[in-house]
Design a protein around this ligand. Sequence first.
Ligand code: ATP
Length: 629
Amino acid sequence: MIQSDKGADPPDKDVKLSTTTNPESGLSQILRLVLQELSLFYSRDVNGVCLLYDLLHSPWLQALLKVYDCLQEFKEKKLVPATPHAQALSSEQIAILEPLKVFVVNPQILNQYLFLPCTQALLSAHDTVAQKDFEPLLPPLPDNIPESEEAMRIVCLVKNQQPLGATIKRHEMTGDILVARVIHGGLAEKSGLLYAGDKLVEVNGVSVEGLDPEQVIHILAMSRDTIMFKVVPVSDPPVNNQKTVYVRAMTEYWPQEDPNIPCMDAGLPFQKGDILQIVDQNDALWWQARKISDLATCAGLIPSKQLLKRKQREFWWSQPYQPHTCLKSTKFISMEEEDDMKIDEKCVEAEELSEDKDEFVGYGQKFFIAGFRRSMRLCRRKSHLGQQRASVCCTGSCYSAVGAPYEEVVRYQRRPADKHRLIVLMGPSGVGVNELRRQLIEFNPSRFQSAVPLVLSRSVGDEMRSCEMHCAKKEFLFSLFHSCRMLEYGEYKGHLYGTSVDAVQAVLDEGKICVMDLEPQDIQVARTQELKPYVIFIKPSSLSYMKQSRKNAKIITDYFVDMKFKDEDLQEMEDLAQKMETQFGQFFDHVIVNDNLQDACAQLLAAIQKAQEEPQWVPATWISSGAES
Ligand SMILES: Nc1ncnc2c1ncn2[C@@H]1O[C@H](COP(=O)(O)OP(=O)(O)OP(=O)(O)O)[C@@H](O)[C@H]1O
């Protein structure tokens, strides 16, 4: 009754299925064997054997067994009905089975099976398809179809909750109304009957000749249960044989604010960092995509990479002139400039007064965490070096990485033998980045570690003794800046220091997880195949909660050390966090709100575990084909 359309064989994963569906081991084969066996008894006229022989030869049983075999064999394939009345057949069979219970081995099982509601429903559905008994009834085709209309196609779509998923346009020269695009996952695409380029002749029986697209849309909006199109099919329907790609949105897009989108309602809004599945890139200007958080829905229109870049450029030119650090000349710091870069003296003085408090005690021992000083992030921010580095490292890579609107991504799962991913913590000053890092390392020092920074050897003095730092010569430090091997750098107590890629690698080589904090503008240097950083943004909680929870917390400001948070500090923290999210949110793999410190620590541990053990979206350029999951 049900036949295959001779589709492709089921995939390898269905090995079990394919062995059980071998016709040779199917029910038909069993029946053949039984018949052979019975024929031996037939001549001896064993009681009831004749009856059984006839029963097994009956066409209804043959047909039912064939249904069973087909269902087994073509579970994965497109099915077509082989008989128009499976239901009647099953009732007939139930009636015949009843008096034959004595002869047929276990007829009750077949009986029960046929009575199951799901079997009944299946047979009913089968018959509906076989008899083409669809609702609603289509109006009959007119008898007098002129010769010239032979190439027309009548398409009837039943309206449901789904969008129609097609856009129309008027041909500039001919004025014809054409299907402009068919959106993936919409009603039109699922019907397989409408294609971009089809010319609309009638909608719901109304000729569209001379109408505006808006008027056609109005007719469509008025239709109730069904929409009937009469179309002249496009001679060469477009074929989408492009591979589906996944991208991370590096910018945001709001169709409602874009007057150039061909159809606002079909637009897909997205935010920085959203992962998009791009299903159609046939149009050079407008791609079709879905968010991976919503793959079941109809796709939407998004600007293509080229179009979005153009929009970005236009936006850039429309803004008032602002000097860009990337445009500054590339030069290195002279000794005099080094002196100019001295940290705020008041800050140094205050820090030195509180020197002892920079030591952390774990398990009853003095415990120095490499690169960890509470004042470091503040000092780094005060440094002029950040700008210098921007000019060193931005040649080429800066614009392309920051400016690319979409970044192709793939799923990556770290294999147990691979090095750990670098964990980068980021957040506004005072939010608790160092506190969380400290707690993490203290919790499990054999698993988590910071990278040991380098410091200019000539400047190491007594005041640096409490920090774990490696001394380096100026030429060496600068060669690292030059080659972008310095992840971050700044001043500490007036001394030039930096954390190199090699310092991170040294931690990773020990099989540990390297945890470091970075300023958002430094993230590009760390985003390499080598380090595969996982960026966790630490976000402040609500102002009211912060006022309560940070009552006894201490911060370092420009002028004071170990000062209590003032309301304006908390407000500043919130504003800065917002700016960071707006500007750099696309780089955040995970966000933790630092409400309760213990909760935040637990979340941090869980996030790090996920980063190392579970598949994550990473830039495609980080992954060689062998490593992709
Ligand atoms: N969830 C929290 N609840 C209460 N206090 C907290 C919490 N998180 C951090 N703190 C406290 O807030 C103060 C500032 O934290 P921390 O030094 O870690 O900030 P930071 O983000 O590293 O900023 P900076 O680098 O400028 O010092 C510390 O006293 C810390 O103990």
